[in-house]
Structure formats: C-alpha cells, structure tokens
Design a protein around this ligand. Structure first.
Ligand SMILES: C[S@@+](CC[C@H](N)C(=O)[O-])C[C@H]1O[C@@H](n2cnc3c(N)ncnc32)[C@H](O)[C@@H]1O
Length: 375
C-alpha cells in the first residue's frame, strides 16, 4: 500500500474527555522510546482494547496507534523511517508488488485503516468462534509485514487455545522482524507457523485447517499490490466457508465537471457521488470478480476483469475519479479518503478522442491496475 504519513494535527487525547483518563495513565507512564518498555504486552492489550470502543474519536485512534508504533519500533528495531538499504526495497510477486519493510511498517500509522482492520479481525474471530464452536480458530495471515499487527494487537485479547496464527510473507526481513516482535512480546504460543513465500503461488500445507484468511496487501483502486492474485491463489485451497478479511473492495467511477464542485477544486476531496457528478456505479466489485474468475471453465490468464459503459456527454466529463471502498467486515468500512488505501484517484480528461464507450480492464500483470480506456 502507498502509505503516506499523516501529520499529527489533532490534539492529544489526554487533553480531552474523561473516557481517555485510563489511557492517559498508560501514555504518561510510558517509557521514553529509547528505554525499555515495562509490561509491553499488557500495554498493547490495553491500548488495543480502547480501539474497540465504537464511539472512539479519530484523534484518539491516532494517539493510540502512534503509541503502539513507538512500542513496536523499539522492540522490533524497525521504525519504518530508517535502516538498511534492503528495508527500502519492494519485492516483485508473480503479479503485484510487495511493499518494502519500511513502507509496511509505516502502514501501522495509517491509523483509521489499522483501527478498522483491527476491529474487523477481532469481530471475525468472535464470529468464527460462534460458527466453529469448541475449535481453536486458525488464522492464515498473508502479508504480515514487520509488525504483524493483526496478530500482535489481536492475540493478547484471546488465549492461545482460542486462536492460532500462521504468517505468510514474501519479504524475509519482514518475516524475521515479525518473528522477533512476536517472541519479544511473549506471543509465541499463538504462532503456529511462519512461511517465507510468495502468497500468489504458495501451496498451503493443511489448507483445510484455516477458518479465517486475512490479507491487507492492497493500495487504492487495487493498484500495484498483489491482493487479487493472492486471493485467487489462496481461496480455492481453503475450505469453502473460510471467513475472509477484508470481505470486499469496490471501486466506483465518477465523471464530473468543475462546476459540480460547489467549493471549487478544493471540494474535490469531499466530492459526493450521491448528489454531484455522473457516477457510472461500481466498475469493480472484487468479491464478485473473484467468484466469476474462479468459476471460469478454463483459466482466464491475465484478464481478471473488464467492463464497458456508454460514455457520458462531453459536457459532463471534465474529470474522472475512482472512489475506493473497503468492506473490512460487516458494518466496518473504509470509505473514500478515510485512509491511504482508499485515496481518491482523479484524472483530467482534456485529451480524449471522440468516443462512445468507456472501458475498464484489470490485468494480472507485474503492477496491476484498473486501466481506463475509450472506444
Ligand atoms: C500493506 S503491508 C501490510 C503489513 C501489515 N499486515 C499491516 O497491515 O500493517 C503488506 C505486506 O504484505 C507483504 N506481501 C505483499 N505481497 C505478498 C505476497 N505475494 N506474498 C507474501 N507477502 C506479501 C508485503 O511484503 C508487506 O509486508
């Protein structure tokens, strides 16, 4: 994912309401980043529990995630901001790019993304416990990065008899660091296995054991990163009723003109496809497209998805935007511009030849993306 760091513009949470007071004591009691952290596991557990508050404010999410990042950076010795050359290098998967150790570490700081995926993972494990009573829930975590945050933040809320994690990661430094962090936190009893492999090609040992597949290997509009290829490889190997996080990713295409933006171009980021612009609707529904692709009698090769729509009138189309929505779990969404993985993609359309149709195509190539074309 393209992880940009949001600047901490919000007031620290200890300056606000009473519900922060317990967290305040954790923050104030925290050690300096360069000193040893006292009871790190207990601290992570408490910080993570606060994220489950359904009414949590964004600034509190941010402060909690930043504190977790401080703890993980100190324990894993990877912060995302420095380190060896190898930590800056992406890795090419069979289709899609796996982001570097540093970029994957910085993903943690995309705080609303991390909070929503954390809530999704927690809820999904509870649902899996209900669906598979008496069983230890087995999670296959594809693309764990150096902090494996959806193990290291989630496991402390359960017992090792309740949930077990298997890590799958293409980047050896990321896997090594994740193992180190798991061990430093004392979370080894939750770790079933760690595989160093390309998840777009990996053959999962004892595949039917897994109740839950987790992967956040995506960027906005599903560009560049390999989530689609990972799911196309892993899903057919797992049990048909396996629970998947995220449940779905959809991309909507909207044409608009400058006059649609009541606040001028500054309003672009607030553009609401419900009442402005000319929406084509959902041009890519990942879950549906995966089902269709996997149901094909012959392997479809590199073409994952294509779709064509009539082109709106020239007067309606100065610009074109893609809105990405991630359904992490039921009722837990990341909407347009709420995170780096749902950033808006906008293109000025001043160079279009005469055309009747707009076409979208998603190919499983080295750097996949939803390609826009006209005919
Ligand atoms: C966006 S980062 C997410 C890291 C962490 N899970 C998080 O959400 O903060 C994606 C991680 O998936 C790994 N990854 C990407 N493609 C992969 C592949 N084909 N096989 C295994 N791991 C992959 C990357 O190396 C990176 O560590």
């Amino acid at each position: 994912m393209h992880c940009q760091i949001r600047l901490p513009t919000l007031a620290p949470c200890w300056k606000t309401g009473w519900e922060c007071s317990k967290w305040q004591s954790l923050r104030l009691g925290a050690s300096h980043p360069m000193t040893r952290i006292k009871e790190p596991l207990q601290t992570i557990k408490e910080l993570a529990s606060y994220l489950l508050d359904p009414y949590i404010e964004p600034m509190h999410e941010q402060s909690i995630i930043e504190r977790i990042h401080e703890i993980f950076s100190e324990m894993a010795l990877v912060s995302g901001f420095d380190g060896e050359d190898a930590w800056h290098q992406d890795v090419q998967a069979s289709s899609g790019m796996a982001i570097s150790v540093n970029e994957a570490a910085r993903c943690l700081l995309d705080f609303h993304r991390t909070t929503q995926f954390f809530k999704g993972m927690h809820t999904a494990i509870l649902e899996a416990q209900y669906k598979f009573p008496g069983e230890t829930i087995q999670v296959l975590y594809a693309g764990c990065g150096p902090y494996a945050p959806f193990l290291t933040m989630v496991a402390p809320l359960f017992t090792p008899a309740e949930v077990q994690f298997t890590l799958l990661e293409i980047n050896d430094e990321s896997l090594l660091t994740a193992r180190k962090l798991v061990s430093e936190l004392g979370l080894q009893p939750y770790l079933r296995e760690g595989y160093l492999s390309d998840a777009t090609l990996f053959q999962v040992p004892s595949a039917m054991d897994y109740h839950l597949l987790f992967t956040e290997t995506m960027d906005t509009a599903l560009e560049r990163e390999p989530m689609v290829s990972i799911l196309l490889n892993l899903l057919p190997q797992l049990r048909p009723d396996v629970l998947l996080i995220p449940r779905n990713v959809t991309v909507e295409a909207v044409f608009f003109k400058e006059s649609d933006l009541s606040k001028g171009m500054d309003g672009l980021w607030e553009l609401d496809c419900q009442d402005e612009g000319h929406s084509l609707g959902t041009v890519l529904d990942m879950a549906e497209a995966i089902q269709e692709y996997l149901a094909l009698p012959q392997p479809a090769g590199k073409l994952f998805h294509e779709v064509q729509y009539p082109m709106p009138e020239p007067a309606q189309r100065d610009y074109f935007a893609l809105f990405t929505t991630v359904e992490v779990w039921e009722g837990i969404f990341l909407y347009k511009n709420e995170s780096d993985i749902t950033d808006l993609r906008v293109r000025k359309l001043d160079d279009l030849p005469p055309c009747d149709y707009v076409n979208f195509e998603y190919l499983l190539v080295e750097e996949p993306e939803l390609k826009f074309g006209v005919s």
